[in-house]
Design a protein around this ligand. Structure first.
Ligand code: G3P
Length: 218
């Protein structure tokens, strides 16, 4: 399973990248706004900076909602760097645009996916990635991971090539569950990634080893 970081924060992207386990980055308009990035030029520069930091797929989301607008915006985003993946919402014109990008060799991430039916449409349109929003489904008292498992089963049965990108990840356990269920990618904030490191027995065991190591010194 590939690890993407779900943020537009450069310090967090650098920290995850320095761990050596980062395969890419996902962003969305909310995450970009959170970093105070304003204006088209600043947005494009920020994507370029992320692409130069991380050698992997970098999702950049369109904000147009009509076919022509999505295609024009996506082409412009894709021109920033070869690693840009155009993130397209799961709406009717979005599906049409996904197919256009597929036919024109531009990688895509179909976002805001909340059902297996939507995931089937994304795959039929040839999306590179499909993003089921696990945490937001959990927020509504449904099990978001059930959707990841359902999509994995359908894609495997039908031979769809679209990669499942578990998104809206809120905890380290989400990451483990995504791996168990066969997600191809998990995109997470930095905290759940670092949370994977934690186990009290590791800390206790290391403290004991270090204490005993002192006994070996002359
Ligand atoms: O990748 C999608 C993600 O950014 C949404 O996460 O926590 O806003 O539901 P969240």
């Amino acid at each position: 399973m590939k690890f993407f970081i779900d943020t537009a924060n450069l310090a967090q992207i650098k920290e995850a990248n320095e761990l050596g386990i980062l395969d890419g980055v996902t962003t969305n308009p909310s995450l970009m706004a959170k970093e105070g990035i304003k204006g088209e030029e600043a947005v494009r520069n920020h994507y370029k900076t992320i692409c130069e930091l991380v050698n992997g797929d970098i999702s950049a989301e369109v904000i147009s909602t009509d076919f022509n607008g999505i295609v024009e915006e996506g082409k412009s985003l894709a021109a920033i760097h070869p690693n840009i993946v155009v993130k397209v919402p799961m709406i009717k014109d979005g599906v049409k645009a996904l197919k256009w990008f597929t036919d024109n060799g531009i990688k895509t991430n179909c976002t805001l996916v909340f059902s297996a039916g939507q995931a089937i449409l994304a795959a039929k349109a040839g999306a590179t990635y499909v993003s089921p929003f696990v945490g937001r489904i959990d927020d509504g008292n449904w099990d978001g991971m059930e959707l990841v498992g359902q999509i994995a089963q359908i894609y495997s049965l039908q031979g769809f090539k679209t990669q499942i990108l578990a998104a809206s990840i809120r905890s380290s356990l989400h990451i483990v569950r995504a791996a168990e269920l066969g997600a191809d990618v998990c995109t997470c904030p930095l905290e759940p990634i670092l949370g994977l490191l934690k186990h009290p027995l590791t800390d206790i065991g290391l403290a004991k080893f270090l204490e005993d190591a002192k006994k070996m010194k002359q």
